[in-house]
Structure formats: structure tokens, C-alpha cells
Design a binder for this molecule. Structure first.
Ligand SMILES: [Zn+2]
Length: 297
């Protein structure tokens, strides 16, 4: 594993990154760790931070969570250089990107339910089930079936993660043809972020290792929607609960609001995040101004 501090040469002049939480719960310590990486690396190496609310999941997004994102980041001292439009306002851009793929014969309607796909791929209990291509070539009525998938050819995608080094992924064997719009007409995470990252000129994506396996398919989608210069990626380690499980939004004891309400200062919470991320060895309060030194020293 490479140290981030050796990477100053990897960042182009005036580069852009983003912090992109979903308003489907309150921010917790895991988000603070991610924000610390995003802002710390951007401030250390001359990048700009765009804040994007990823509310593509209309069934789970709630306005109070969206307000919470802005309030908690402001309290912690994470100031974005730019705020992107939320994904609910980007439907026309996603529709145009899909229309271009359909015109090129690279997307097709899908009539499958989630349950059918799980049964077909024999992988129902696995978090990632592979779509077996059931509706490829079925000539379904696109008006009656609004879900769309994009063809994933069998090539490998390789990329150089700025922290983890060389990576190889084959999207067609990981997930099959990628769902870009679901049965309810909602845009999927994979497609929305790829179109957003292109349109918002994101050069470096800094995010948790839980999304490492999505990178190959996002690189492929980016090429397919005409992005010539793909973004670089840096996947940071995830913090774990005491029992070793991944922190979730339901982990109320690490909620930023709860810590705030319990009388913690923002400096103490940043210190907890830096300690949880392994960026400091001892528990101590820290400030936003000190973050770049954690990466650039
Ligand atoms: Zn299908």
C-alpha cells in the first residue's frame, strides 16, 4: 500500500474531487472519516471540493437528512468550494446520456424483478448478484418496461488506485449488464454518479473501500458516455465498530448529531475520526487547519 503523502505528483493543477453523501440517514463517524480524507487530501495537494447530495434513491431520501448533511458538515468545519445540484434535479442529464447509449445500441429494456435475477444467477444471498443477460435481444416494449441495462462487454478494466496500487476488474463477470434505470423509473447509483462525475469535471474520486468493486463498471460506463479522460481513484480504509462490523447509519452512538448533542466539540469529533482512520496514534482534538499535515507531512 502506498502512502498518500508520496502522491503529490498524481494530482493535476486545479484538480477537483467530491464529497457525495446520500440523504438516507444522519451522518456518522464513518462519514466524518471520509470527509477528512476528501478535504484533507484536497487541501494538502491544491484540490477543490464539490459537495453533491446523492438523492437518486427517491424512496429513501428525506429532506431532514439533507439538511443534516449541510448542518453537520458546517459544524465540523468542512466547507465545500462548490455545491453541485442534487441528483433529483439531474434527470434530464441522465436521460440524455441514456438516450445516446440507446441510439448506439448499447442499452436495452429489462423486465426482470430483483427476485428473478437472484434466482437466475444462483447468487441470491450474495450482496452482488450478476445479471445473466436475460432480456438481451428480447425486443421488449421500452414504454411498457422502463428499466434499462447497459451492455458490459467482456474486457477487463484496470486502474491504478492512488492508495492501493494496480487493480483489475471484469464488470461482465462481477455484475453483468449494468442497470441504469430501475423498474420504478429511478436512476441507479452507478449511472447517476458516472454522469455527474463527467459533467462536474471530477478528476479524483476519494471514497471508501466499500466502493472499490464498483470502480471498473464506473470506468466502463464513463467511456461509454463519452468521457475521454477517466477520473483517478483513491479508496480509503473503512472504520469498523468495536465488534469488527462495518459502521452503518443505524449506529446511533457514532452519529455526528448525537456526539454534538452529548457536548463533544467539533475538534474532538474530528480527532475521533482521525484516530478511527489511523491517521493519528493518540486521541486528541484536531482542527480543519491541521488536516493537510496528516497527508502531506
Ligand atoms: Zn431482464
Amino acid at each position: 500500500m502506498r502512502a498518500v503523502k508520496q502522491l503529490s505528483a498524481a494530482f493535476p493543477q486545479g484538480w477537483r474531487t467530491r464529497f457525495a453523501p446520500a440523504p438516507t440517514g444522519w451522518l456518522h463517524l464513518g462519514h466524518a472519516v471520509s470527509a477528512l480524507y476528501v478535504w484533507g487530501i484536497a487541501r494538502a495537494f491544491g484540490g477543490r471540493v464539490l459537495l453533491r447530495v446523492e438523492d437518486h434513491d427517491r424512496g429513501r431520501a428525506r429532506p431532514e437528512y439533507e439538511r443534516g448533511i449541510f448542518d453537520d458538515l458546517a459544524w465540523l468545519g468542512f466547507e465545500p468550494d462548490e455545491v453541485a445540484p442534487p441528483q433529483r434535479e439531474r434527470g434530464a442529464a441522465y436521460a440524455a446520456a441514456l438516450a445516446a447509449l440507446e441510439a448506439a445500441g448499447l442499452a436495452y429494456p429489462c423486465a426482470c424483478t430483483r427476485r428473478e435475477i437472484g434466482a437466475l444467477s444462483g447468487d441470491f444471498f450474495n450482496e452482488e448478484s450478476r445479471y445473466p443477460g436475460t432480456c438481451r435481444g428480447r425486443a421488449l416494449d421500452g414504454a411498457a418496461h422502463v428499466a434499462r441495462r447497459v451492455l458490459m462487454s467482456d474486457e477487463m478494466e484496470s486502474f491504478d488506485d492512488l492508495r492501493l496500487g494496480a487493480q483489475w476488474q471484469v464488470p461482465s463477470s462481477q455484475c453483468g449488464d449494468v442497470l441504469v434505470r430501475d423498474r420504478r423509473g429511478q436512476w441507479t447509483y452507478q449511472f447517476a454518479v458516472t454522469v455527474d462525475d463527467r459533467d462536474q469535471a471530477i478528476d479524483v474520486v476519494i471514497r471508501g473501500e466499500d466502493l472499490l468493486s464498483s470502480t471498473g463498471r464506473q470506468l466502463r460506463l464513463a467511456q461509454m458516455i463519452g468521457r475521454t479522460e477517466p477520473p483517478r481513484y483513491l479508496h480509503h480504509p473503512l472504520i469498523r465498530s468495536a465488534d469488527g462490523s462495518k459502521l452503518s447509519k443505524s449506529a446511533g452512538d457514532t452519529g455526528i448529531r448525537e456526539l454534538h448533542a452529548a457536548g463533544r466539540t467539533s475538534g474532538e469529533v474530528l480527532g475521533m475520526a482521525a484516530l478511527a482512520a489511523g491517521l493519528v496514534d493518540t486521541p486528541r482534538a484536531t482542527t480543519i487547519a491541521e488536516l493537510p499535515a496528516l497527508f502531506a507531512r
